[in-house]
Design a protein around this ligand. Structure first.
Ligand code: SF4
Length: 196
């Protein structure tokens, strides 16, 4: 990694850790910047915001939903979690795990944009309605968008269900959210292989 890129990452992390641009800074214990390979990153996963476990540890997707996400990627798609960069549209926990507001997402957007610019991935996977609708600027829901190859500024965007939704909808029957997610992660793996 060049010194300039290293410096840009360092500066971005510092700015997020000190950020008070929206009200979510008031109750956070930690900012959750994101984690994963900062060079040669092919796929970035974008969720909506940190939950309680993430706020405590300062790491993305480490609670129950995160464990399910890891299982889906690694068992369903044979995609090592460590090969992906994982972040959220807001870097501080929304209280009571509510969705981030548009104002909060807008305040935090420059950080996500900077991360995506530095990473320059081939694929962005959005998890659930909030990041999908935010990046695509659409009101269309995740049920109709999931599993499709869409476009975000020339980068392939692939929406999938959020693992928290799957925790609340545990059925594995044909056509269930879990069944569809299993199909989606296989499509994701095929695309990654195709791009290699
Ligand atoms: Fe800053 Fe984003 Fe945290 Fe709001 S959510 S305080 S914009 S880092």
């Amino acid at each position: 990694m060049s010194t300039d890129i290293k410096r840009a990452w360092g500066e971005l992390k510092r700015r997020v850790s000190e950020c008070q641009k929206c009200g979510l800074c008031k109750k956070r214990h930690n900012t959750v910047f994101g984690e994963g390979p900062e060079i040669n990153c092919r796929v970035v996963i974008v969720g909506e915001g940190p939950g309680a476990d993430e706020d405590t540890l300062g790491r993305p997707f480490v609670g129950k939903a995160g464990q399910l996400l890891t299982g889906i990627l690694e068992n369903g798609g044979r995609i090592p979690r460590k090969s992906l960069y994982i972040t959220n549209i807001v870097k501080c926990r929304p209280p009571e795990n509510r969705n981030p507001t548009r104002e909060e997402a807008a305040a935090c957007d420059e950080f996500l944009e900077a991360q995506l610019l530095l990473l320059h991935p081939d694929i962005v996977v959005t998890l659930g309605n909030v990041p999908t609708q935010w990046l695509l600027k659409t009101t269309q829901g995740i049920t109709s968008l999931r599993g499709q190859w869409l476009d975000w500024r020339g980068i392939k965007l692939f929406p999938m269900f959020h693992p928290s939704y799957l925790l609340r909808n545990d059925s594995r029957s044909k056509g269930s959210p879990k069944d569809l997610t299993w199909q989606d992660v296989k499509l994701l793996k095929s695309k990654i292989d195709e791009l290699n």
